[in-house]
Design a binder for this molecule. Structure first.
Ligand code: TXA
Ligand code: MG
Length: 317
C-alpha cells in the first residue's frame, strides 16, 4: 500500500505530481470528462501498476494522454481523417484509435497487444499542465476499480483507490462527467467504440458516415463488456416511479416521490451527463433494494448517457 495524498492545484503540486510520474508512480488527475489514473505510458511497470490498482482485465487497452496534438502525432499514424478530427476536437473529450507508429514509445501493454494506440489531448487546464510538466505520454483509464462507476470528484477517486495511488490532484468536479468518445480510425470505416460528448452528428460533416461498433463483435473497448459503470445496487431503467424499496433517479418531468434525485429537472442532457456518476454513487445506499431510473431521450448526449445506464443495469458477472 502507498500513502495517498490529495493535492490542491498549484505549481508545486504539478511539479510533485510530474516527478512522481517520472518515478513510475501513479497519479490521479482531473480531465473535463472524468478523473484518470495516470502512469508513464512508456514504462511497462507503471502501466502494469495501473492494471493492478484498478483490478482491470489486462485485455482492455488504455488511453494515452498528451499535452498537444503534435505530441500525439509522434505515436500514431494520422491519416487525413484523423488529422481533421484532431484539429476539430483536440483538446477535448475525444479519443482517437489509430495504427501505432513503428517508433511509437508507448508500452505494448497499454495497447494490450493490439497494433493500434488510443490517444487523447484533454482540455482540462490541470491535466494540460501536468502532461506538459511530465513530458511523457500518460496512460490513464478512469480512476475507479474496474467495472465500477467512474469518478468525477477527487473524493470518488479516494473512495476506490486509497492506498493504491500516490497523489490525487483535486480539480473539483468534472464538467462533462462522461468518458470521452472513442473513435476508431484504424479501419476503412470510422467506428465509435464508446459514445461520448462528441457525437456522430458532430463527426460526420468531417469524415462521412460513422458506425457504432456492434456489441459482441470483439472486445475492442471495455464499453463492450456488458456490465460496467455499475453501482452495488441493481439498476432498473425506463422507470416512471420507484417500486417498494427502490430509490429513484428522475429526469425532466418524471421526478419520483419525495427523496428522489434528478439528473436534470429541466430535461437538459448536458446537466444530466455531468451529474450521472455522482448521483449513481449517492443513491448506492445499503438498505435500498435497487435504483430505478427515468427514461432518457436517445438523442445527442442522451446516446452516451443511455450507453452507461444500460451497462450499469446489465446482468452482473
Ligand atoms: O474520458 C476518458 O476517456 C477517460 C479520461 C481519464 O481520459 N479515460 C478512460 O479510459 O475512460 P479507459 O481506459 O477507462 O477507457 C479506454 C477506452 C476503452 O473503451 C478501451 O477499450 C478503449 O478506450 N481503447 C483503448 N485503446 C484501444 C485500442 N488500441 N483499440 C480499441 N480500443 C481501445
Ligand atoms: Mg473506465
Amino acid at each position: 500500500m502507498t500513502e495517498t495524498r490529495i493535492l490542491k492545484p498549484s505549481d508545486t503540486a504539478i511539479r510533485e505530481a510530474a516527478a512522481a510520474l517520472a518515478r513510475g508512480e501513479l497519479v490521479a488527475f482531473p480531465t473535463e470528462t472524468v478523473y484518470g489514473l495516470g502512469g508513464d505510458a512508456t514504462d511497462d511497470r507503471a502501466v502494469a501498476r495501473i492494471f493492478e490498482a484498478k483490478a482491470r482485465p489486462s485485455f482492455n487497452p488504455l488511453i494515452s494522454h498528451l499535452p498537444d496534438p503534435e505530441s500525439a502525432f509522434e505515436h500514431g499514424v494520422f491519416d487525413a481523417r484523423a488529422r481533421s478530427v484532431a484539429k476539430a476536437f483536440w483538446p477535448g473529450p475525444m479519443t482517437l484509435v489509430v495504427p501505432r507508429r513503428s517508433d511509437c514509445r508507448i508500452s505494448l501493454l497499454a495497447s494490450a497487444g493490439l497494433d493500434t494506440v488510443a490517444l487523447r489531448v484533454p482540455e482540462h487546464p490541470l491535466a494540460s499542465a501536468l502532461l506538459a510538466a511530465a513530458g511523457l505520454p500518460i496512460a490513464a483509464p478512469s480512476a475507479n476499480r474496474s467495472g465500477r462507476v467512474s469518478p468525477t470528484t477527487a473524493e470518488h477517486v479516494l473512495d476506490g483507490l486509497e492506498g493504491r495511488v500516490s497523489i490525487i490532484l483535486d480539480g473539483g468536479p468534472c464538467a462533462v462527467g462522461l468518458e470521452s468518445t472513442v473513435l476508431d480510425l484504424s479501419g476503412e470505416v470510422p467506428a465509435i467504440l464508446r459514445p461520448g460528448a462528441v457525437t456522430p452528428e458532430m463527426l460526420e460533416p468531417l469524415i462521412g458516415p460513422v458506425g457504432f461498433a456492434g456489441n459482441g463483435a470483439k472486445i475492442a473497448a471495455p464499453g463492450m463488456l456488458e456490465s460496467h459503470y455499475a453501482p452495488a445496487l441493481p439498476v432498473r431503467l425506463d422507470a416512471t416511479a420507484p417500486e417498494a424499496g427502490e430509490l429513484f433517479l428522475g429526469f425532466g418531468d418524471i421526478a419520483g416521490p419525495e427523496g428522489s434525485e434528478s439528473l436534470s429537472a429541466c430535461g437538459d442532457l448536458t446537466e444530466a451527463a455531468s451529474c450521472l456518476f455522482a448521483l449513481l454513487r449517492r443513491l448506492d445506499r445499503p438498505g435500498a433494494t435497487g435504483i430505478a431510473v427515468a427514461p432518457i431521450p436517445e438523442t445527442g448526449l442522451g446516446i452516451a448517457i443511455n450507453d452507461r445506464l444500460r451497462r450499469a443495469a446489465a446482468p452482473r458477472a
